[in-house]
Design a protein around this ligand. Structure first.
Ligand code: ADP
Length: 599
């Protein structure tokens, strides 16, 4: 990776809301100004009292202190509010950017196991110490805080040193600073060792968490399985094992970092004591007035703390680097699917023909081809049924047709041109698909059917009825405005699997595409609903080219041709009668297996 990782991540993060860091900086400045100002004013007041100055002068000093405090409090409150709001926006934008990146990935990348791991890692890192961008934000904020404290302390230190130099004992001042430097050097070494140990621990924990979450993903959400199979017992056991291990590592790290911190603390205490003595000594020698003792001791202590903190921050930023690297790596993934520019012809006659020519395909990370040497051409308006056992490649065939993936070998051709040559968006618009694991959104029914912000009332209603959703629809007083599911709306309606499938079918029909692909479109339907769909199949499909995947062979009779998939190959292709005539064929075997239950 080129350039400094933290710097790159910070620039990107700042881009999520440009007002945040300036606001936070201002707020930090104001917050730090107050105590130093008060310390400074206290010194002035003590000195004035000691010198027996006029009452009015002292009152004036007190009044200025109060007024400035009042102002900083009020301004601080306003700034604090603005900062919190800005942070909210920033975090929303950050989440959105991550989400957008995910959605914009080429489909093969979206599904790629390594990239999925990366995505999961980023999310899970953020759960531990906010590692990644959140941790970076904390460190940067603390760094700003320390730097400001340091700046204030330095101003006063310079003043003090000047006064000391003016008084005679210059070597004493020098000695003091050499000692400060020495202690700091020791502190850095200790801090670094402790941090390195901590980082190693977090790495290990991170990996375990990843594994644990993979295991529990889905099972914990699926409360039903969980209860029936008492998975909780298994999970508890695994969790206990992990926890024990966490505690063991954490205990070691804790003990070590505690041991490292003892000399650090002792050194710091000693140096502070020493500082105190030196300042008092100089005061007695007349280098500065009595009130300044309060001021200088306070500031010097601040200075020492700040320098210590600065080193801790930089060490922590360094620890976080590996997590930022993971974060950036995700955003750096480039889409490399070839994007053609050829416009897809607009044809009202829907004369689109698709041909698979010697197509083979293998999923990333897989040892075997999911499709092998597929040759098939689809005439416009044809109805093709695709059948075969689980895992025989039917869905993969559809994914390649829709160009969610490009073939590993061979080509898919639309009206004489390789589909890669076409403008991708336009090409996708040729297809209406009801995937097996289709996804409805928790938004109003109308938006779901139209897949858009606006919908045509009459068309949406007609298609919902055509898809068999009519009865349920009549029960909805809000009609197409009815929100689906209760994620965002208490009044949302929950749909059964069959109802949802009908809505998904209506959505496919709403997009008036020349190809309609139905992957097990009736799997969740009851026999009556299924029979209704079949009865209206012609009406539903119209003059579109239809590809129909089904396990129910009886439903494939509606189709002109049937392609039988087996282990990634098309082993048979023909009409129902032709295929059934071949008694040694796969189709006959599948048919027999089903028919025995209906005989
Ligand atoms: P079908 O739709 O006929 O049930 P699929 O096309 O879904 O079959 O799967 C064909 C083969 O490809 C199976 O062996 C399956 O395990 C594998 N496969 C499917 N999806 C993926 C994926 N995203 N990554 C790796 N292998 C996959």
């Amino acid at each position: 990776m080129k350039k400094n990782v933290t710097w790159r991540a910070l620039k990107m993060y700042h881009g999520f809301h440009r007002a945040y860091f300036p606001l936070k900086g201002l707020e930090t400045l104001l917050r730090n100004f107050s105590p130093y100002f008060n310390l400074w004013m206290s010194a002035e007041i003590v000195t004035a009292l000691y010198q027996g100055r006029k009452k009015e002068e002292i009152y004036l000093l007190a009044a200025v202190t109060l007024l400035v405090n009042l102002f900083t409090r009020i301004a601080g409150a306003f700034l604090g509010r603005a900062t919190i709001n800005a942070l909210e926006t920033l975090e929303n934008n950050q989440a959105l950017a991550f989400y957008k990146k995910t959605l914009s990935l080429d489909y093969d990348k979206l599904e790629n196991p390594e990239i999925r791991q990366l995505r999961r890692k980023i999310v899970e890192n953020s759960w531990i110490n906010g590692y990644g961008v959140t941790n970076m934000r904390w460190q940067v904020e603390w760094l700003m805080d320390d730097l400001m404290k340091l700046a204030f302390s330095l101003i006063l230190t310079v003043e003090m040193v000047t006064l000391m130099v003016r008084a005679s004992f210059q070597w004493l001042g020098l000695l003091l600073f050499l000692l400060v430097l020495g202690v700091e050097a020791a502190a850095i070494i200790f801090a670094n060792v402790a941090n390195r140990k901590a980082a190693a621990y977090w790495d290990k924990t991170g990996e375990q968490m990843l594994w644990e979450n993979q295991f529990s993903a889905g099972t914990r959400i699926q409360g039903m399985d969980n209860r029936i199979y008492r998975q909780q017992l298994l999970l508890n056991r695994l969790e206990k094992k992990l926890n024990d291990e966490h505690l063991k590592i954490f205990g070691t790290v804790d003990k070590k970092s505690f041991l490292y911190s003892i000399p650090k603390i002792v050194f710091f205490r000693l140096i502070k004591l020493f500082t105190c003595l030196i300042v008092c000594l100089y005061c007695i020698l007349g280098a500065f007035p009595i009130g300044s003792v309060i001021k200088y001791v306070g500031y010097l202590e601040g200075l020492i703390n700040c320098v210590g903190n600065l080193f801790t921050r930089t060490a922590m930023l360094k620890t976080n680097r590996r997590f930022l690297k993971t974060y950036l790596e995700y955003f750096d993934i480039k889409n490399d699917m070839y994007q053609g520019s050829l416009a897809v012809e607009k044809r009202s006659d829907r004369q689109f023909e698709i041909m698979f020519r010697n197509v083979s395909f293998r999923y990333a990370g897989s040892e075997e081809d999911a499709l092998k040497d597929i040759n098939l051409s689809l005439r416009a308006g044809e109805r093709l049924a695709v059948v075969g056992r689980n895992g025989s490649g039917k869905t993969t065939f559809i994914k390649l047709m829709c160009r969610l993936y490009d073939p590993t070998e061979g080509e898919v051709i639309l009206n004489d041109f390789n589909v890669r040559k076409y403008d991708y968006r336009q090409y996708l618009e040729l297809f209406s698909v009801v995937f097996q694991d289709y996804n409805l959104l928790s938004v109003p029914l109308g938006n779901n059917v139209a897949s858009a912000a606006e919908w045509e009332q009459e068309k949406a209603e007609r298609l919902l009825r055509q898809a068999g959703f009519g009865e349920r629809y009549n029960e909805m007083p809000k009609g197409l405005e009815t929100p689906l599911y209760k994620d965002f709306d208490e009044d949302g309606v929950n749909l059964s699997g069959g109802e949802a499938q009908k809505v998904a079918l209506a959505r496919a029909l709403y997009r008036d595409a020349p190809f309609i692909i139905l992957d097990e479109p009736t799997a969740a339907l009851d026999p009556i609903a299924e029979a209704e769909i079949y009865a209206r199949f012609d009406e539903i499909v119209g003059n579109r080219t239809a590809i129909y995947i089904s396990h129910r062979l009886s439903s494939c009779r509606f189709c002109d041709r049937i392609a039988v998939f087996d282990q990634g190959r098309i082993v048979q292709l023909g009409t129902h009668e032709e295929l059934l005539a071949d008694e040694g064929g796969r189709y006959y075997e599948l048919w027999k297996a089903q028919a025995q239950y209906y005989a």
